[in-house]
Write a protein that binds this ligand. Structure first.
Ligand code: ATP
Ligand code: MG
Length: 417
């Protein structure tokens, strides 16, 4: 018996066939063009790292570290993790390369990420992110710039109308720690009303309770103290500057006091572009400021802010059909024209034209095929044409048929580019 299961993709992974690849490329190209316009340059880090890169930075209580990492021992016994997100690897690369004198640095990245979670629509085990990181800018202008870039991409993809921007602040280290204490006290007083999962969070990281999606926790969470009451003047001014900056740029936002990133290295701004068009998978693009990250990894203290967007979620929201380049069909008439047509096909392709020549069949069949591949025109070449060094071009949109000398062909075809 043949075991069929290896013929299926692993649960939570997808093959991306050409139609989806085109949509993916449209989304990535748009994000790339906008990011470059904002001064960001591409960086690629390995898709696997030593596990410590993520263990140490994402926080021992995060969903990613507790439940979602693909970790394995390689043949030398090193413990390796498939990257669940991009920021930690980029911070590691920044430290490895010792780029401390080069700040500020503006990077974007794109590629697959891996998380072992329950697959659903818009939630995969291998998915793709496009993200940006801005290193070495402690001022609120950095926050405004990266959020503005995210908004510009959503706008350019014409999905901005489905999406709203939520922001919050976690304050600086002192404010957050004051808030953490206050929150911890409040949740301890209400411990018996919390879900089991949140009872565990209470000891490890009470901020993360605010993140809980459990209905049991809801009523307790809505009554919890707001961080705004714990902000010192530096933190309050920073948040104010970000909000005012977004207003000035005409980017609408809403404050969500429950938006927290419960990890130690996060500070100040946290933000999320969300939609209700994708069910529970509402977060489309999310990020925040992580001034403590590089320092915590062993590098010099370095400000950082960035975001990551899920490309599969982007792709589900894009309504525009992504246009395919229309080919020109090459149609040889008769066996002996076939070689000449094949040669012409190859030389035109090398000149930049998209030419398709079927592999077999009579003229009628080939014409039909030209139609089914949505060709914009056909180059018809037969024995007589070869002798006279001419070809016939039929423009499928106008129905016009033109006899052309071989010399004039390239110039004529430029209209189809
Ligand atoms: P969620 O709340 O949906 O689990 P998250 O907080 O885990 O999201 P981030 O770690 O902030 O997500 O990742 C940034 C973006 O990557 C998300 O906003 C989402 O668009 C996308 N993303 C995260 N996990 C997945 C996944 N398993 N499959 C597809 N896209 C994902
Ligand atoms: Mg998640």
């Amino acid at each position: 018996m043949v075991n069929m299961s290896p013929l299926k993709p692993v649960r939570g992974t997808h093959d991306i066939f050409p139609e989806d690849s085109r949509r993916m490329r449209y989304v990535v190209d748009t994000s790339r063009i906008l990011s470059e316009r904002y001064g960001f340059e591409e960086i690629s880090t390995p898709i696997f790292e030593f596990s410590e890169v993520f263990n140490k930075t994402l926080g021992e209580t995060s969903d990613i570290v507790t439940k979602e990492m693909y970790t394995f021992a390689d043949k030398s016994g090193d413990t390796i993790t498939l990257r669940p997100e991009g920021t930690a690897g980029i911070a590691r690369a920044f430290i490895s390369a010792g780029l401390f004198q080069e700040l500020p640095l503006k990077y974007f990245y794109v590629g697959p990420m891996f998380r072992y979670e329950r697959p659903q629509k818009g939630r995969l085990r291998q998915f793709h992110q496009f993200g940006v990181e801005l290193l070495g800018v402690p001022e609120p202008q950095g926050d405004i710039e990266v959020i503005a870039l995210g908004a510009a991409i959503l706008d350019e993809l014409k999905i901005d109308q489905y999406i709203s921007l939520n922001i919050n602040t976690l304050g600086n280290a002192e404010s957050r720690s004051a808030y953490r204490d206050q929150l911890s006290e409040y949740f301890k007083d209400n411990k018996e009303k919390l879900s089991d999962e949140s009872k565990v969070r209470l000891d490890k990281n009470p901020l993360r309770i605010l993140d809980s999606k459990s209905d049991i926790d809801r009523p307790v969470i809505v009554e919890a103290p707001d961080i705004l009451g714990s902000l010192d003047s530096e933190s309050a001014e920073f948040f104010e500057a970000v909000c005012v900056g977004l207003d000035k740029l005409g980017i609408s936002w809403e404050r969500n006091p429950l938006l927290v990133r419960g990890l130690d290295y996060y500070c100040h701004t946290a933000f999320e572009f969300t939609t209700d068009a994708l069910g529970a998978q509402g977060a489309v693009l999310a990020g925040g400021r992580y001034d403590g990250l590089v320092g915590q990894m062993g590098g010099p203290p370095t400000a950082g802010i960035g975001w990551a967007a899920g490309l599969e979620r982007f792709m589900m929201l894009v309504v525009d059909e992504v246009a395919q380049v229309r080919p020109i069909a090459m149609i040889p008439i008769g066996k002996s024209a076939e070689i000449a047509a094949f040669k012409l096909t190859n030389s035109l392709r090398r000149k930049g034209f998209h030419i398709e020549m079927g592999y077999r069949g009579k003229t009628k069949h080939r014409m039909k095929n030209a139609n089914s591949i949505n060709a914009c025109a056909a180059i018809i070449i037969g024995d007589e044409e070869i002798l006279k060094s001419v070809v016939t071009i039929r423009d499928f949109d106008t129905g016009e048929q033109t006899l052309l000398s071989m010399d004039g062909l390239t110039v004529y075809l430029e209209r189809f580019l």
